[in-house]
Design a protein around this ligand. Sequence first.
Ligand code: ADP
Length: 231
Amino acid sequence: MSEPQAPAVIELRQTALTYPGPPQVTGLLPCDLTIQQGEFVTVVGPSGAGKSTLLNVLGLLDAPTSGSYLLDGIDTVSLADAERTALRGERIGFVFQSFHLLAHRPAYENVALALTYRGVPRKDRIARALNALEQVGLGHRAAALPTTLSGGERQRVAIARALVGRPSLLLCDEPTGNLDSATAESILQLLDTLHAEGMTVVVITHDPGVAQRGQRTLTIQDAMMTQTSTS
Ligand code: ADP
């Protein structure tokens, strides 16, 4: 007998978002999308096309105004706000262009803070934060303040913070947008490694060079999503 198949990490069906306005603005036209566990998908499109709208929907920051969104098989559209927030904290790790680190807390505290509302005892939070920093190659800088770290190192701390809760999905919004090209490449290699280890990764970018790193690229143009396979 075959094993029952795990649900897809992401399952969008005729999912759309209209900003209420006035005037009403179409953020995302109805789209279908399935992302399986362990995929590396990139999303590309010009400014104003709808990339952030899709990110906000996938990241459970905004609920779609029509259609469905199953995350790990869980119907997210019918959840109350507090349930959606809890699911987001549990299953989604965010990485942003501008790192969003607390300047006066050492790297390991920035990472451990992501576990504060999970009921993990402080000792375990610190141990897991140190592990996550090792995973991104920054174990030796665990006690450093973000102000003493380079841009690439700060982004590694942010990635460790995203990973420490063992999310189902790593959702990255222009993760290399603030980095020089050599540092950007090292961050993309880190994302490749995490993908090779089984993480599901979605990267949103306006940079076609970054977009081609995915196994699959979604293109958004005028709120319409289309899919291209790159491997
Ligand atoms: P991108 O991330 O690709 O630059 P966005 O998803 O931010 O694009 O925007 C898509 C469209 O939705 C744009 O026309 C933008 O002006 C509009 N939009 C984005 N956020 C809002 C909002 N909160 N209210 C109204 N319109 C919005």
